[in-house]
Design a binder for this molecule. Sequence first.
Ligand SMILES: NC(=O)C1=CN([C@@H]2O[C@H](COP(=O)(O)OP(=O)(O)OC[C@H]3O[C@@H](n4cnc5c(N)ncnc54)[C@H](O)[C@@H]3O)[C@@H](O)[C@H]2O)C=CC1
Ligand SMILES: NCC(=O)COP(=O)(O)O
Length: 334
Amino acid sequence: MTATATPRPRIAVTLGDPAGVGPELIARLLSRPENTAAADIVLVSDEAELKSAGEDAGAPIAYSTDPAAGLPVLHGNGAARPAAAFERRKATEAGGRWAIANLAVALDMVKDGRVDAVLFAPLNKSSLHLAGMRENDELRWFEEVLGVRSFTSELNVLPGLWTARVTSHVSIADVDAGITRDNVVEAGLLLDRVLRDAGVAAPRIGVCALNPHAGENGRFGRHELDVIGPAVGDLAARGLDVAGPFPSDTIFLRARDGAFDGVLTMYHDQGQIAMKLMGFDGGVTIAGGLPVPICTPAHGTAFDITGEGRAATGSIQNAFDLAVRIGSRRRAAA
Ligand SMILES: NC(=O)C1=CN([C@@H]2O[C@H](COP(=O)(O)OP(=O)(O)OC[C@H]3O[C@@H](n4cnc5c(N)ncnc54)[C@H](O)[C@@H]3O)[C@@H](O)[C@H]2O)C=CC1
Ligand SMILES: NCC(=O)COP(=O)(O)O
């Protein structure tokens, strides 16, 4: 029997917000030969950004503009570089514009089928908004640019445990309106699908309640009785191995002990506090529901430590590894 080689995926990489830890993390990621050997990497950036990232990291980035050179390939973003250097450790319009320009090129590559996955280093949502992004976050912007009309959600990933969210980057005052039976069902179906894509043959999904103690039989709110419970029934009727709603102050104890492969959360912090406590140094966020996996560290721009060489690389490494794994699988299936 002949072994089938795993195809090298093509991955577009952006350095994120130039004011934050993203550029130095990408430089350190690419300084490991096993990473540059794992994928055909397209760096959407410019020479000045790569040089400054390498200086911050104490690890110059080796790249080429010639795809035949066997190095990460530099692909410009077509944007004019601002005359002044990017301010560091601060959300700025210029930084947001630069990050958006790089991502826009990466999304063009997605649309044209030129890449199997995207990795972006942390963005700063305030910079994005200063730069004119109307959507609350980059995932809603990705949807718009890629013309995706179906349900999307950030997926957070630790070894052996994934989460999806019914609502995400919205005010806590708007969570209630987002918890509809349809949204819970769509988020549950998405979580089941991505777990299967990631190789979990029969995903076990636990669903969070919204209210304290799952509403205590309606006394502290009726979302569990009227919306989430019926949606869990809908998902079970569609063949998913799904249970809940469970009180969210204890569901992650069970998840940590292996009871679930995926947990469906109702709002951002419900899942993120638990996931970041369990594995801040390795967490990954994937934009779920898009044509290709778009991966990023679960941590943000960390302005307080930018340029100090202290930023941990576990999450960017895991985000890269996931992009390689899922991208390679997609390439093999194409
Ligand atoms: N991947 C992405 O694009 C993400 C972007 N963000 C954005 O980042 C911005 C800042 O968010 P914050 O809530 O301040 O969270 P943050 O993750 O940037 O920082 C929170 C704390 O964690 C520390 N930290 C973060 N990454 C670290 C690393 N690699 N090594 C060591 N310590 C690290 C920081 O120094 C800080 O004390 C926001 O605009 C947020 O929306 C947040 C999460 C993910
Ligand atoms: N930029 C990705 C992002 O914001 C994900 O952060 P989180 O919502 O997973 O904390």
